[in-house]
Design a protein around this ligand. Sequence first.
Ligand code: AMP
Ligand code: GLY
Length: 435
Amino acid sequence: MRVLIVGSGGREHALAWALHSRGGATLFCTPGNPGIATVADCIPCDISDTGAVVAAAEHLSTDLVMIGPEAPLAAGLVDALSARGLRAFGPTRAASELEASKVFMKTLCARYEIPTAPFRVFDDGEAAAAYVRRAARPLAVKADGLCAGKGVVVAGSADEGVAAVETLMLRRRFGDAGARIVVEEVLPGRELSVFAVTDGVDLVPLIAARDYKRLGDGDRGPNTGGMGAVAPAPGVPDGVLDRIVDEILAPALWAMAQEGRTYRGVLFAGVMLAPDGPRVLEFNVRFGDPEAQALLPLLETSLLEIADAVLAGHVSRLALRWRAETAVCVALCAAGYPDRPRAGDVIERLDAAPGDDRTLVFHAGTAVRDGRLVTAGGRVLNVVGTGGSVGEARSRAYGMAARIDFAGKTLRRDIGIGWHPVMTETAQAVEEVSR
Ligand code: AMP
Ligand code: GLY
């Protein structure tokens, strides 16, 4: 099997590692990174150029293309590959609207009664600002389109909300992605990342994960792309995953099929475990980053078998096998992350990795310069430990995190344990309002 992976982050390194170690595929990756290059042939390519990726896949005679990030999916890469007779794992452009348009996602939820936060859609900035000001309570303000994870502001006050409307819609910080916005109620509770593989009709859930989104311990500070993840997510009451499948994932698949947008691939629901039940905050059309780095080391089933089941419409026959352990992924980030990550710091002692498959290092933002590995992005490396308990997984991950050295190394210390409700300022404001 010749497999091309599309992307260059820690998630794609984890995909490459999984395909290499369970299934033994011949691997290519575009554009890849120095870590991926240890298991795959990396091919430089601008992955926003759909035609270029299709040409690469044809040239390589691939049997399968696995796409990591959302942007190429939303641009129609799967459609373009299929049109050339190439097998691709992921949703079509029409199905990717589920992530690419928050307005589409929220409207779908409303129409099919999928539980989500109450919301309003605006295409006029002044009207949106007036609404947010009048509401005088915490609201989440979301750009409609893709903004690389930066298009959502959970505003603790009306002033913050109005400022978000101005940034996204009036000043168009993310261009046309902010032409429409969704304004929704802020829900209290803990978040969970729930994934399922689906052929559009049947689905198989993966184990649930938790992402640590804010920069600082105790979930404080600015939002980031994700500072770490744990799987299975601790502290999830029995039956919650079943409810999420029955009330959110399965209805979403049915709704997509009804809309003529049959969804195939990995469906990712970002769910809030609110006091009155699970509510979907967002759908993503791909594996999460950094959730994939925690999930894939526990997955014993080959990704090739999963892709075959999805593409053949045999997901109902798929039984996933998991290592009965916990995985903790810690992101080592560059100085200045998330606002202005510094590039070019030399990374040392990476080769001190124990080399067992319970301590793994996935590359995200790294590059080779003058023969040395240097930082080249916000999230630089993902260190993953697995073990029989959260404590064991943490001690492997943090042991490795301490050995690796680069100037400005930034990480959270509470990945895997800081899962209990934390009173952030916004959560406090929500509580006061709802009292
Ligand atoms: P989204 O991309 O819509 O999932 O939003 C990004 C993050 O903002 C989520 O993962 C949550 O941490 C937070 N968030 C979004 N919407 C809400 C909401 N309605 N209530 C509370 N937090 C939210
Ligand atoms: N970890 C959240 C995401 O991948 O969007």
